[in-house]
Design a protein around this ligand. Structure first.
Ligand SMILES: [Zn+2]
Length: 217
């Protein structure tokens, strides 16, 4: 007598309904959940740990808004941030959250222009350093200028990563990794939700002296 699971597999293989419809659906669901939990990291081994990220972000949100160790140029209370940011903007910018890959605004944006901080309007990146990383998130090999962003050690998920925050308001934008292209070798893996893009002819502007957008101050 054959074990039950062998009989089950034989039945599945010979059943056209399952082979033609259910298996592709299950495969799609597996691929989607894989990419959603992998985050900016490219290492598949971290998938299970990443799945816990959503819960951890809730704690990060509380921690970040209570963090008074540094005074940024733009300082707001939790309530003030909630008034000017959408729910998803608040979750990512003030809570250290990560949006889903591929279904975000800018991962495939190829237009020329400038990416501003969606919280305070500081210019952060330009299309000049944007590249296709294949991760599903907008990726850059350098910020608009080094002083636009700050690096912070992120010990969430039981590993150490380098978090990128806006240097003007301290909001979480994404993470940086050392697997980017030349000339820096860096991959700034950013959240579209944390950025506001404005099309611009970069040959006609000095990106070092771009002014801050004041719409959210
Ligand atoms: Zn900012």
């Amino acid at each position: 007598m054959q074990p039950f699971f062998v009989l089950l597999i034989k039945w599945q293989i010979t059943n056209p309904l399952i082979m033609n419809h259910l298996y592709p659906l299950i495969l799609l669901l597996m691929i989607f959940s894989l990419s959603a939990t992998t985050g900016c990291n490219k290492t598949p081994k971290m998938q299970q740990i990443k799945a816990r990220k959503t819960d951890l972000h809730q704690d990060e949100a509380a921690k970040q808004d209570q963090d008074t160790s540094k005074t940024y140029e733009v300082q707001k209370t939790k309530e003030e941030w909630k008034k000017i940011l959408t729910t998803s903007e608040y979750r990512i910018l003030r809570g250290g959250g990560t949006e889903l890959p591929y279904i975000n605004k800018y991962y495939d944006n190829k237009k020329e222009g400038v990416y501003y901080c969606a919280a305070c309007g500081q210019p952060l990146f330009t299309s000049k350093t944007k590249y296709h990383s294949g991760t599903g998130w907008p990726s850059f090999w350098a910020p608009i200028k080094p002083s636009a962003v700050e690096e912070k050690e992120d010990h969430s998920l039981f590993i150490t990563r380098t978090e990128i925050v806006c240097s003007r308001c301290g909001s979480h934008i994404g993470h940086v990794f050392h697997d980017g292209p030349k000339p820096t070798g860096l991959r700034y893996c950013m959240n579209s939700t944390a950025l506001d893009f404005f099309p611009m002819n970069l040959s006609k502007v000095n990106t070092d002296t771009l002014s801050v957008l004041t719409k959210k101050d």
